[in-house]
Design a protein around this ligand. Structure first.
Ligand code: G3H
Ligand code: ZN
Length: 309
């Protein structure tokens, strides 16, 4: 089975991004898994501290492991926005593939110190685990917000990103590049979009050379997402859009069948609603795919060319 590191390397080579979708329940997990299987692309599911408290840390890890091993499908699990070392270590021991260690509200030096400690502690538990660090301000809460925050002061400075990556030895970086957690009401209505600082993404990538994750991607302009991936983003996190699709699907199912009480007759509509969203996002993230010739293709072309004429 392909490893998560190999999946990221391949995505970077091909100029695509891997979709990361947060899950809070079996419905969203089932939808993400089925959608990625239909599209035949690797996928990451994330559970933040609140989401995994609801799901059970070891329980969500066991289910994702079962999907990966029994179905032979590259689905991976991320402990999203983990704010304490104890919580990060609990997730690593439970079998999570990736930890987003997020102490980004601290001053840079303290963020570096705590993130570096976390990298060492987590790799001691499972050397293959990926650890992500975060600098800058991308707000919090995958919810529908009333008012826009001014995130301009919290944008990630490329020189600080470089120092952060060098001193913490993280595997992946979450920068602030115009992204923001959650959506404004106008974004839910489709009247406004988040816009990204593509040049900043490109410069941070050049300065750090690590994989970069775009958090807070719900409600982002599609063209900006394509350009961000071309400039160096390898993973894109979506949560609020998943939650909206889940809620709309569930509302539709309940009002279409007001007297139905059988969960497995009601919930497929919620699953279909989330699947539709996930499929559209996965298609967008892969839309800039470059065809990369495999070594086997090159050697078979060589052997044809070398045949006597
Ligand atoms: O870590 C989760 C994501 O960054 C989700 O952000 O709710 O804006 O999609 P979002
Ligand atoms: Zn996030």
């Amino acid at each position: 089975m392909v490893t998560l590191h190999e999946v990221l390397n391949q995505a970077e080579t091909e100029g695509v991004a891997i979709g990361h979708f947060n899950v809070s329940d079996w419905i969203t997990l089932k939808a993400v898994f089925e959608s990625a299987s239909d599209e035949n692309v690797p996928v990451i599911v994330g559970a933040s501290e609140g989401e995994r408290q609801f799901l059970g840390v070891r329980q969500i890890a066991a289910v994702v492991k079962s999907l990966r091993e029994e179905c032979g499908f590259p689905i991976f699990l991320n402990a999203d926005h983990t704010h304490s070392l104890a919580s990060a270590m609990e997730a690593a021991k439970a079998g999570f593939d990736w930890i987003v260690f997020d102490v980004s509200t601290l001053p840079l030096e303290e963020n570096i110190r705590q993130t570096r400690t976390a990298v060492e502690a987590l790799k001691a538990i499972r050397p293959e685990i990926l650890v992500e660090g975060e600098i800058g301000d991308i707000g919090s809460g995958s919810e529908i917000h009333d008012a826009a925050r001014d995130l301009r002061k919290g944008l990630t400075a490329p020189a600080e990103a470089r120092q952060f990556v060098e001193e913490t030895r993280i595997d992946t970086l979450a920068p602030a590049v115009g992204n923001m957690h959650g959506m404004l009401k106008s974004m839910v209505a489709g009247d406004t979009k988040k816009r990204l600082d593509i040049e900043r993404i490109r410069t941070i990538k050049e300065q750090t050379r690590v994989f970069m994750t775009l958090h807070g991607a719900s409600g982002t302009d599609d063209g900006d997402l394509r350009r961000a991936i071309a400039a160096g983003i390898t993973v894109v996190h979506i949560n609020t859009e998943v939650r909206i699709a889940w809620r709309r699907g569930l509302d539709r199912a309940l009002s279409a069948q007001p007297n139905e009480i059988v969960p497995y007759k009601i919930l497929p509509k919620a699953i279909d609603s989330v699947k539709e969203l996930v499929a559209a996002r996965l298609a967008l993230f892969s839309s800039g795919r470059r065809h990369v010739r495999l070594a086997s293709e090159q050697s078979s072309e060589r052997s044809v060319a070398e045949q006597p004429r």
